[in-house]
Write a protein of this length. Structure first.
Length: 366
């Protein structure tokens, strides 16, 4: 079985663990410096032909994620859209962690019921003793050995689409169609560098100059995306693709976290008409909003990043009810699932608690 830790090109995920750490939570801001993401991940892939020693096999692997994390949220969306819930089990870490990794504090006894470990770090070190990098989510874990297989999450979602086809549900959409891959890759690259990573470059900037540059790049790109989406319902083609998944998880966190906590405060998402309607359209599409947990999102950022928010106070706002208002994006046409169909309801064990979601009229009245 091959083991390669590589530097991933800029479509890659951030480490949700700090590498320069003092104190229980660690440090994310380096005074006087811009934020530079560590993008070295375990490259091993799970493929249909098993060329890296890990063949696609239903029930063998466990996706370990955290609803709080935007990078992990992408894997939850894709897994659900493709109907892989029965083939790939799900372990969920709680929204907060210390410098020693994500924990399974949501489970009874604080132990994952399948992997029988309290910390995701245990699966990393089972494969690579003394693993030197950040312990990140999402991660695919080989259940028989208890070893992490990969944490290269941009490739994880692509492989869900291309390598796990034998286990896709009937009516699963094509999220990475061959005819559009070059355009999806190009659009996704710009989203990553300027938006997905851009909000972190604002929030973790260690100097005014670094912050100003990141801020300008972020809102320039959001303006470009608004223009692109003003005449088409989705980013590439007329159906939902991998590119939409990658943009959505940042937009879903924008007003709740990035606008205030990361100082991305030129405009709220709800003040950007095109992007706000686009985000609501996706949120109201099965697989997107029903994998979003706003309580965990806020707890993660405001509690974990103590050098940004030393009091660890979690704000009560914003008002989330706008997420369920009419978006009128269907006036632009488009077919959300192409020739496919929407996924059914999520498994009962994976339903986001009502208290952590958008208040319904009934909940608001209570």
């Amino acid at each position: 079985m091959s083991l390669r830790i590589i530097t991933v090109e800029p479509m890659s995920t951030e480490s949700e663990q700090s590498t320069a750490s003092e104190g229980e939570q660690g440090s994310y801001v380096m005074t006087g410096e811009e934020f530079v993401r560590d993008t070295k991940y375990i490259e091993t892939r799970i493929t249909a032909d098993g060329r890296d020693g890990y063949p696609v096999e239903a029930g063998r692997y466990r996706l370990v994620a955290a609803r709080a994390c935007p990078w992990a949220n992408r894997t939850l969306i894709v897994r659900r859209l493709l109907g892989l819930e029965d083939a790939i089990s799900l372990g969920l870490c709680g929204p907060t962690h210390d410098k020693n990794s994500w924990t399974f504090d949501l489970d009874p006894g604080g132990v994952d019921p399948v992997l029988q470990i309290p910390r995701l770090k245990d699966a990393y070190e089972k494969r690579i003793p003394g693993y030197p990098k950040g312990i990140t989510v999402p991660a695919m874990v080989d259940v028989p050995t208890g070893e992490v297989v990969t944490n290269d999450f941009p490739q994880i979602t692509i492989d869900f689409s291309l390598e796990w086809t034998a286990f896709h549900r009937d009516g699963a959409p094509e999220l990475y169609p061959e005819r559009l891959r070059d355009e999806i890759d190009e659009v996704s690259h710009g989203i990553y560098t300027e938006v997905n990573n851009g909000v972190y470059r604002c929030g973790f900037a260690g100097s005014q100059e670094a912050y100003d540059a990141a801020y300008d790049r972020l809102f320039t790109k959001l303006g470009e995306l608004s223009e692109r989406l003003s005449t088409q319902r989705y980013l590439v083609g007329d159906t939902i693709t991998e590119a939409d998944v990658r943009l959505f998880t940042t937009l879903a966190r924008f007003d709740a976290v990035y606008h205030g906590h990361f100082k991305c405060n030129r405009s709220k998402l709800s003040e950007m008409p095109v992007l706000w309607a686009y985000a609501r359209d996706l949120f109201q599409t099965p697989g997107f909003g029903d994998t979003t947990d706003f309580t965990q999102i806020k707890q993660h950022y405001y509690i974990v990043h103590t050098d940004v928010n030393p009091t660890q106070i979690v704000p009560k706002g914003p008002d989330l009810r706008g997420w369920l208002t009419a978006h009128h994006r269907d006036d632009l046409g488009g077919r959300p699932f192409g020739d496919g169909t929407p996924p059914g309801p999520p498994p009962p064990a994976e339903v986001v608690p009502a208290a952590d979601w958008v208040p319904t009229e009934r909940a608001a009245a209570e």
